[in-house]
Structures are given as structure tokens and as C-alpha cells.
Design a protein around this ligand. Sequence first.
Ligand SMILES: [Zn+2]
Ligand SMILES: [Zn+2]
Ligand SMILES: [Zn+2]
Length: 138
Amino acid sequence: MNEEFVKLLHNNQLKATASRLSVLQIISERDAAISQPVLEKMLGEDVDRVTLYRILKTFEDKGILHKVIDLNGTANYAICHSSCSEHAHHDEHFHFNCSNCHSVYCMNDFHLPALAMPPGFKAHTVNLSITGLCKKCS
Ligand SMILES: [Zn+2]
Ligand SMILES: [Zn+2]
Ligand SMILES: [Zn+2]
């Protein structure tokens, strides 16, 4: 069992269940974001679809994972920046979409300053995407 993940869950007032830990384990081992269908396949019979859906929803609400939409319009999930919390995500980084393998990568090194919105506008999420070929496909 990964102590770091247990701590992360406890810090977010979540019980460290086997299913939650498996999801974190799989996502953290990849350098690209992962879609729910792929996660589902990797988890096999350990976690059913409804449980997985709830876990992803909870993790997103708690600021543990953020959703990234790929070129096909499929939701992928990636681990959040450590400063994300239940009330605020800070994932205003670029997402790299590979047009060949359709993987989505978080470009954590490129951060944007806070965007000044026109009066009356309130931004909830910012989507910054780059399309091209990833290191495996280029
Ligand atoms: Zn986040
Ligand atoms: Zn690729
Ligand atoms: Zn990201």
C-alpha cells in the first residue's frame, strides 16, 4: 500500500479504500492522462463502472484529479497540481494533445499568470491546448 496516497486521501477526509488506491496508483504511474474506459480496463474486475465513476467524481471535487478533454471529446484524468484543493483547482497549464496516439499530457512547466476577465465574467476553468505529436510519435 502506498503511504503517500493513504495520506493524500486522509488529508481530503476520504477513506483509503482499495479501489481509490488502485485508481491513484494507475494514474500516477503514467505520464499521460487516462480516460475512464482505459482505467476501467486496467482495473479489471476489482472496481465496477459505477464505483469508478464515483471515485473520479470525488477526486475531481476534492482537487486530487483534473479532467482534460482530448481531441475526441473524451474526458481524461490527470493528477492535480499539489496546490489544488476542494474549492479551487490550479491546473491552468497547457495540455498537449497528440494527434497520432490521442494521448493527453499535462505541461506542468508552462504556467500562465491569472487571466484578467472583463467585468461581469467569472472563469471556472481554462482550457489551454497544444496539438501535435508526442515524444513517442514524433
Ligand atoms: Zn486541480
Ligand atoms: Zn503520440
Ligand atoms: Zn493537466
